[in-house]
Design a protein around this ligand. Structure first.
Ligand code: NI
Length: 288
């Protein structure tokens, strides 16, 4: 990457799938932001810069009815504040929040109908993309982010990172990040096969990634696993702060997700992205 005198522009957004509010903060006009509702199209940015205070006021007024915000969830992008060391398998908050995560995409058959379902249900989710797959499907990759889902890093080509040295790990994560072209930072990564060691964790921490595992493994990729089996696993194991592992490349993904959403909503859960989950204060472990 070349160093240049380009001015710094920071994009940030409030994480909401129906009315994403995007703020463009430009250092050439301190204190000023440009904002846009509903669409991720830079050409439709508000022509007159607002003050940051006005933008935040508007965003609060607009976003209050959103379930994620009603549950007190805010933020979501930028470096995850609470968990850059070690790994995260679940994140209990006491607020019945759950994160659905989908690995190995984007997939040309499954990702689109899955996004349609999630959007129609008002359910945020996190997609752990493979860099080489993202690069081969740039439109789909951009759409995931445009529609307000979180994108996480699942490496470039799905190697077992524990078999690589520092440079190999960095290269895998950097190439993958470069393929995810949105102006938002990618702040979480899921190691292929869940394989990590001290080197992987340190490189991730240095690069600003939280290492995200899961506490509910649907084993959806195993041959013969039906949508019913996936749903059963989730309903038996999901609890406050759960991170559910699925893959958006299987015929079972959409039907299973539909049932999972319906049932967990009935049980009073709110779905959030992984970053939204980590932005919440974590309940401390009970002392024995
Ligand atoms: Ni994977």
């Amino acid at each position: 990457m070349e160093a240049s005198a380009k001015k710094t522009t920071i994009w940030t957004r409030f994480d909401n799938r129906h009315s994403p509010l995007l703020l463009k903060i430009d250092d050439s006009s301190p204190g000023a932001v440009l904002f846009r509702m509903n669409t991720f199209n830079p050409s439709t940015l508000s022509k007159n810069p607002l003050t940051l205070t006005t933008a935040i006021f508007l965003s609060c007024a607009t976003l209050l009815p959103i379930p994620a915000f009603a549950a007190g969830v805010e933020g979501g992008y930028g470096k995850t504040p609470n968990a850059t060391e070690g790994t995260v398998s679940s994140w209990p908050t006491g607020k019945k929040l759950i994160a659905l995560t989908y690995d190995d995409g984007p997939n040309t058959k499954v990702t689109q109908p899955l996004m349609d379902l999630l959007e129609s249900e008002g359910v945020p989710a996190t997609f752990y993309l493979l860099g080489q797959t993202a690069k081969a499907n740039p439109k789909l990759t951009a759409e995931i982010q445009r529609r307000g889902f979180e994108v996480g890093n699942h490496s470039w080509s799905h190697p077992q990172l524990t078999k690589l040295g520092v440079d190999g790990i960095k290269s895998q994560l950097q190439r993958a990040n470069d393929a995810m072209t949105a102006p938002r930072p990618v702040t979480t990564m899921r190691p292929p096969y869940g394989a990590h060691n001290a080197t992987v964790r340190r490189v991730c921490s240095d690069m600003g990634f939280s290492v995200i595992l899961w506490d509910v493994d649907t084993n959806d990729w195993r041959k013969g696993t039906t949508a019913e089996k996936i749903v059963k696993t989730v309903l038996e194991e999901a609890k406050d702060g759960s991170i559910i592992l699925m893959h958006d490349r299987l015929p079972t993904t959409v039907p299973a997700t539909r049932q999972i959403i319906a049932e967990l909503k009935k049980r009073g859960y709110t779905f959030v992205t992984v970053s939204q989950l980590l932005a919440q204060p974590r309940l401390s472990a009970k002392k024995p």
